[in-house]
Design a protein around this ligand. Structure first.
Ligand code: NAI
Length: 723
């Protein structure tokens, strides 16, 4: 039965007086905290109270694939500070109903049939028992922090009271981790697992039949926060170190969600339950109304969703699944590509010049899998199954019948063409041909191929098993069918694809080049190297530009610069000198410092490990510019990248705002809090006009490269954000 007052919550009472409430939003594929929920959930709770005398227990479950999906991000992303009273009232409304649910005086069981993340797990926490199906796709957790938010429907308060401050913060709240069923059971996030969804109701009824006490631990007399309250001696040694741990993780970059979580948890643990809920609401509303959660939700949720929905995929082409891939080159990248492909179930032929080199490439997969087995993330059987799919070889004939080729040999166009030609004859008709080149134009590499329309760039990032991004590069002759196939392959092997057009440096390398160059230019102007590196870390970059240059090697960067200039010359385009050029040249030619691999760069190295900045930098470049504000150093790096990304959009190098944002965050370490390289422009103080004004100011002081493109100036005049 569904009462007219709560169609989202189906109500069934059985002969044993147990009520099953099935959450099933009639308008959406998932249950969320939307307007309908706000309207109907109170009616459901009223109904439970009205029937309480004849109810023995309550089972809450879902008719959807997921248990409950969580907050309504569409409305959160639009929330403004002047709505904070209204948002607080809504949050408090949900909390009050969940509080009524857990104090109903009848045992309430969450029967978790799918993912219960965020708001979903918060509902489960307000139940007296959590029973989950042990199946793929089922998981619990509070991932709010990864969207710049915190669990504001009681999740912060309840986990602290269930697990203690340190465990709740360090394992659940600050990590935002999703726990698979077995792990969730071991840690107490759920109480029981069943093998089969049909067993959920049975297990719930069995538990209710034990006549359990329907009182939450925190409502029992004398309940204390496990592990002690913030003032207790037991926590004196741990709690004060948490801010330092956070600072170490964020390097001092904007991380309001982690900070607010810490405050809400600690302050909440010092007061009674209801006041803790109020504290939680205040911190949560502050985050919802702030800019940073909007940036992260825009990129990590909406942009990601657009990409995952296939916004880039040409229409009208059937879904493609690759079966057998031949990877040419078993070096660092080839070995990683072989691993992710085998893990996704593809048959892999890993070819190098000698069988030994190919074996070495396969051994890389064995190492990753050994570690996974050791850490309990995989089993010895799964390891053997994956390894058995990889055939190392030196013989092109082993590629017979492969429907996918990925080339990852040395970065030499002649060699790349040769190895592809050598293998192409072995492949299945219409096989997808791809190169993992990081710099060579795809259109040029396609020359000489019998079917250049089947050829595309698949630019992986290192380490391939960890980096989610795949930059798909479309050459002049690449067909739409090939692009559609490449996107399908990306999804098949668990990568997030962005689509870019064939241009020097594609999108990611071109944009990150601006960051690096700006770092070098700052050094050349006499800004102390330590200030540059620190400014970048505090802006949210994972590594400073000078350390990054060392990693990439200064000689490689100079080679790319020279090749780009030559290509531009050939095309009749003028390449203006960048102030970074002289810094790079002096480092290589005058000081013989070529980067980490050479044992000496902007930093000193001992056995490949960074020891600290090279003391000679001060003598070489001055390093006396200590009066430059940190924000100027940071914004020069951020603006240099953002402005080039706008130019990439204008030139069609990158095809969508979503691709630019996701590519920059997942691929090249653009600070996550910004929401990506284009969202950074949207969210700048004063919006687009504010960004344009600041760019103009930087152009005046530091050079033409900061002049905002006309397209951006026009958008700013029309107050039109990038969507
Ligand atoms: P690597 O030097 O580690 O590996 C290259 C492998 O190709 C070596 O094992 C070599 O023996 C093999 N090889 C050479 N000639 C061959 C032939 N005729 N047949 C089969 N194998 C042959 O190089 P790495 O770093 O793996 O790079 C490979 C490609 O990936 C390059 O095009 C590079 O630009 C690109 N790339 C590299 C990234 C990185 O971070 N290293 C990132 C993205 C792309």
């Amino acid at each position: 039965m569904t009462t007219p007052e709560h169609p989202m919550f189906r109500w069934e009472k059985d002969a044993d007086d147990i009520v099953t409430v099935t959450m099933d939003d009639p308008d959406q594929s998932a249950n969320t905290v939307n307007d309908r929920f706000h309207l109907e959930f109170p009616f459901l709770i009223d109904h439970l109270y009205a029937e309480r005398d004849s109810v023995k227990g309550v089972i809450i479950t879902s008719a959807k694939k997921t248990f409950f999906a969580g907050g309504d991000l569409h409305s959160m992303i639009r929330a403004t500070p002047d709505q904070s009273a209204e948002i607080t009232a809504r949050l408090d409304g949900v909390k009050a109903q969940l509080r009524r649910l857990e104090t109903l005086g009848r045992p309430v069981v969450a029967a978790i049939n799918g993912a219960a993340l965020g708001g979903g797990y918060e509902i489960a926490l307000a139940c007296h028992r959590r029973i989950a199906v042990d199946a793929p796709g089922v998981g619990v957790g509070l991932p709010e922090v990864s969207l710049g938010l915190l669990p504001g429907a009681g999740g912060t308060t309840r986990t602290v009271r269930m697990f203690g401050l340190v465990t709740a913060l360090q394992e659940i709240l600050l990590t935002g981790r999703k726990f698979r069923p077995a792990d969730a059971l071991a840690r107490g996030l759920v109480d029981e697992l069943v093998d089969d969804p049909h067993r959920l109701a049975v297990a719930a009824r069995e538990w209710i039949a034990t006549d359990p006490e329907p009182v939450q631990p925190w409502d029992r007399p004398g309940h204390r926060v496990p592990g002690g309250s913030p003032g207790s001696p037991a926590l004196a040694g741990v709690l004060p170190s948490l801010p330092a741990v956070l600072r170490k993780q964020s390097h001092g970059s904007p991380a309001p969600a982690a900070h607010s979580l810490l405050c809400a948890a600690v302050e909440g643990a010092q007061v009674d339950f209801d006041n803790a809920l109020t504290i939680e609401s205040r911190y949560c509303v502050d985050l919802i109304c702030g800019q940073i959660s909007k940036n992260i939700v825009k990129s990590m949720f909406f942009d990601m969703q657009a990409i995952n929905r296939g916004a880039n995929r040409p229409e009208g082409h059937p879904r493609h699944r690759a079966r057998k891939v031949v990877v040419l080159g078993a070096g660092m990248m080839g070995a990683g590509i072989a691993y992710v492909s085998a893990k996704a179930g593809l048959e892999v032929v890993l070819k190098d010049v000698t069988p030994q080199a190919a074996e070495r490439g396969k051994a890389y997969s064995a190492r990753i899998l050994d570690k996974a087995v050791q850490q309990g993330r995989s089993t010895p059987e799964q390891k053997e199954e994956i390894l058995a799919r990889i055939t190392p070889t030196a013989d092109p004939a082993d590629a017979a019948g492969a429907d996918l080729l990925i080339e990852a040999v040395f970065e030499e166009p002649g060699l790349k063409r040769k190895v592809m030609a050598e293998t192409a004859g072995q492949l299945a008709p219409d096989a997808l041909l791809a190169s993992n080149t990081s710099t060579l134009p795809i259109t040029g590499l396609a020359e000489g191929l019998a079917a250049p329309e089947n050829f595309i760039g698949l630019h992986f990032f290192s380490p391939v098993d960890k980096m989610k991004l795949l930059e798909i590069v479309v050459g002049d002759k690449t067909s739409d069918a090939t692009l559609a196939k490449a996107i399908d392959v990306a999804r098949q092997i668990g990568k997030t694809p962005i689509v870019v057009n064939d241009s020097r440096g594609f999108f990611t390398s071109r944009v990150i080049g601006q960051f690096i160059n700006e770092g070098a230019a700052l050094l050349g102007e006499g800004i102390p190297a330590a200030s540059i590196e620190q400014a970048a870390l505090q802006a949210g970059y994972p590594v400073g530009p000078l350390a990054l240059m060392d990693e990439l090697s200064l000689t490689l960067m100079r080679k790319i610069r020279e090749e780009t200039a030559a290509a531009h010359r050939a095309a009749g385009i003028d390449t203006p000198a960048h102030p970074a050029d002289a810094v790079l040249d002096r480092m290589i030619d005058e000081f013989g410092r070529e980067g980490r691999a050479a044992g000496a760069g902007f930093h000193e190295y001992a056995e490949g490990r960074k020891q600290g900045l090279w003391p000679g930098l001060k003598g070489a470049f001055g390093g006396t510019g200590t009066d430059v504000p940190l924000i100027d150093i940071q914004e020069r790096m951020l603006f240099a990248e953002a402005l080039d990304a706008v130019r990439c959009l204008d030139e069609g190098v990158v095809r969508s705002v979503a691709d630019a944002n996701i590519g920059s965050v997942l691929g090249i370490g653009f600070p996550v809090w910004t929401g990506g390289v284009i969202q950074y422009v949207n969210q700048y103080q004063g919006g687009l006009p504010g960004f344009v004004a600041r760019a103009g100011e930087l152009a005046q002081r530091h050079g033409e490269r900061f002049t905002p493109p006309d397209s951006l100036v026009r958008r700013a005049a029309n107050a039109e954000e990038y969507q």
